[in-house]
Write a protein that binds this ligand. Structure first.
Ligand code: SF4
Ligand code: SF4
Length: 301
């Protein structure tokens, strides 16, 4: 039993309430919050910790400020779940005024959609500075659980298909000349698993890791880098080298007639679309000029 006492007041704003259900789950005896010296209270005046779920909407903004002002020291604020970190799927909703940290200071973030009760319990324990039993069976994750992402950098071809299918806009494709960076912000993710399902090379997977507590909102991401290829004509970086190789392999594997042209195919793909278009236009212009000159010759003969 710890001497420390933490009184938690739950503040709910705009979200689906999935995180609130997980907070209630934390109160069952198996998590032993009472033994950690944690109690849930019903007014902010009685609390020293504010557990916020949901992004904050217009109505919630003033309420959140008031609740924070009434907190007792040490006035800890824990943002629980991705809506309370980035607004997640409610990001572009017109009444949303921001995640909690744009309104009051936030000390800890517990990413997840929703986070597992175990992640919330261990976050609270960390806030208390208490070490929990590592071996208890409730820390295990169920089969098929979708947690933090992991890249297989040997397999990723940098195609960006994962970003295309992500309904939460959690994946960004960034380019800095010679590198393409695939950045997954799991603080913005709904853990649907579409990126994993649609990746053509099985290079991204959602692991079973769910203890994602952080005190730094800026580090809730995983990234992978791939080398870009320079166009053989104009020298512009235009596509990942591995994606070009992968495409040529796929074409020749699927369409047997192309196998004997694989070297030419690879050479053609090493020219960027803009240069290919120009080459094509030059060919067309030459053809047109040839047609015009033969017409002119016929007329004068
Ligand atoms: S993880 Fe898969 S889908 Fe995403 S860029 Fe890499 S290869 Fe493409
Ligand atoms: S699991 Fe993948 S596709 Fe689904 S929201 Fe998260 S990053 Fe996007």
């Amino acid at each position: 039993m710890t001497e420390k006492k933490i009184s938690v007041y739950r503040f709910m704003s705009a979200g689906c309430n999935g995180c609130d259900v997980q907070i209630l789950e934390c109160l069952v005896p198996r998590y032993k919050l009472g033994e950690l010296g944690v109690e849930v209270v019903f007014t902010p005046e009685e609390a020293n910790v504010l557990a916020v779920t949901g992004g904050i909407n217009v109505k919630g903004k003033e309420e959140l400020k008031k609740a924070y002002e009434k907190l007792k020291p040490p006035k800890l604020v824990v943002a629980i779940g991705n809506c309370a970190i980035t607004k997640e799927i409610f990001d572009k909703g017109y009444p949303m005024v921001g995640p909690p940290d744009q309104i009051v200071p936030v000390n800890f973030y517990v990413p997840g959609c929703p986070p597992r009760p175990q992640a919330i319990v261990s976050a609270i324990a960390k806030a208390l500075g208490v070490t929990l039993e590592e071996k208890e069976d409730y820390w295990g994750t169920p089969e098929g659980f979708r947690g933090k992402h992991e890249f297989d950098s040997e397999k990723c071809i940098g195609c960006g298909a994962c970003a295309q299918v992500c309904s939460s806009d959690a994946i960004e494709i960034l380019e800095n000349g010679e590198k393409r960076i695939i950045k997954v912000d799991y603080g913005h993710c709904s853990f649907c698993g579409f990126c994993q399902d649609e990746c053509p090379t099985q290079a991204i997977k959602l692991t079973r890791e769910y203890h994602l507590l952080t005190d730094n909102r800026k580090i809730t991401h995983v990234t992978n880098e791939v080398e870009m290829f320079k166009c053989n004509v104009c020298g512009t970086y235009y596509a990942p080298s591995r994606q070009i190789d992968w495409a040529v392999e796929r074409i020749t594997e699927k369409v047997s007639i192309y196998r004997e042209y694989s070297v030419n195919l690879k050479k053609a793909m090493e020219i960027c679309p803009n240069c290919r278009r120009e080459i094509d236009n030059i060919r067309k212009a030459k053809k047109l000029l040839a047609q015009l000159s033969s017409k002119a010759q016929t007329r004068y003969n």
